[in-house]
Design a protein around this ligand. Structure first.
Ligand SMILES: CC(C)(COP(=O)(O)OP(=O)(O)OC[C@H]1O[C@@H](n2cnc3c(N)ncnc32)[C@H](O)[C@@H]1OP(=O)(O)O)[C@@H](O)C(=O)NCCC(=O)NCCS
Length: 193
C-alpha cells in the first residue's frame, strides 16, 4: 500500500465514497460537486492549508487508475502513481506551533475487512512523524459509527482514549465521541514490536 497526492480527477470517486458513510462525517449532508471542488482548491491544492490529504492506494498495478485515453502519468501537474485507489486519508487541523494534528481515513466499501484501514493508518502516521515532524496525533470517532469505533479501539499503539458525551447529533440523537491520542513515543514503541 502507498499514498499519493489527490488529483482533480479523483473528486467524483471521493464524493461517492464519503456519501456511503454519513455516520462518520462532520458534515454529513450530501456535497455538491461545486463544494467538493472548492475543498480541492482551498484545502487539498493549497500549500498554506493546515491539512494534508492523500489517496490510499493498493499495490494492484493491473487495476491502476487510468485516464480515459488509457494512460497513467500526469494530469494537472500531479503525478498519478500506479496502484488502485481504495480510499483517502488525512492529517488535518494541523497546529504547527504545538506540533499536533488530527488523523482520519476512509476505505472504499468493497475493500473493508482486508486490513487496508490498519495499513492506511500506518502510512498516515509515517507521514506525520517522519515527514511533518509532528509530535502528537489525535482523532475523534462518533459512537454512531460503530465500525469506526471498533477499528480505532483495535489500533494497538493508541495510548490515550476518552469518551466525551454529546459530540454529534445524528439521526435524531446526541452521540458521544471517542477521542484518542497517539504520541510519537507510542508509535515508536509499536514499531519495535
Ligand atoms: C473504519 C474503517 C477505516 C475500517 O477499515 P477496514 O479496512 O475495514 O479495517 P481493517 O480491515 O484494517 O480492520 C482492522 C480492525 O478494525 C475492526 N473492524 C473493521 N471492520 C469491522 C467491522 N465491520 N466490524 C467490527 N470490527 C471491524 C476490527 O477489529 C479489525 O480487526 P480484525 O480484522 O482483527 O477483526 C472503514 O470501515 C471506513 O472507512 N469507515 C468509514 C470512515 C470511517 O469511519 N473512518 C474512521 C473515522 S475517522
Amino acid at each position: 500500500m502507498k499514498l499519493r497526492t489527490i488529483a482533480e480527477a479523483d473528486l467524483p470517486m471521493i464524493m461517492d465514497w464519503r456519501q456511503e458513510y454519513p455516520e462518520s462525517l462532520r458534515t454529513c449532508f450530501e456535497l455538491t460537486y461545486a463544494m467538493q471542488y472548492d475543498w480541492f482548491v482551498n484545502i487539498v491544492n493549497n500549500r498554506q492549508a493546515n491539512a494534508r490529504y492523500w489517496m490510499i492506494l493498493d499495490d494492484d498495478v493491473e487495476n491502476s487508475f487510468k485516464f480515459p485515453d488509457g494512460t497513467g502519468g500526469f494530469k494537472d501537474d500531479v503525478e498519478i502513481a500506479p496502484g488502485k485507489p481504495i480510499g483517502y486519508g488525512n492529517i488535518s487541523n494541523i497546529q504547527w506551533e504545538n506540533r499536533h494534528a488530527e488523523i482520519g481515513l476512509l476505505i472504499e466499501q468493497g475493500h473493508l475487512g482486508e486490513g487496508k484501514g490498519i495499513g492506511g493508518v500506518k502510512l498516515l502516521l509515517e507521514q506525520a512523524f517522519c515527514f511533518m515532524n509532528l509530535e502528537n496525533i489525535w482523532g475523534e470517532c462518533y459512537h454512531c459509527n460503530s465500525i469506526g469505533l471498533d477499528f480505532w479501539k483495535k489500533v494497538s499503539y493508541i495510548s490515550t482514549q476518552v469518551d466525551l458525551p454529546a459530540r454529534k447529533y445524528y439521526n435524531g440523537e446526541y452521540w458521544p465521541s471517542l477521542y484518542f491520542g497517539i504520541s510519537r513515543e507510542d508509535w515508536m514503541k509499536a514499531l519495535d514490536k
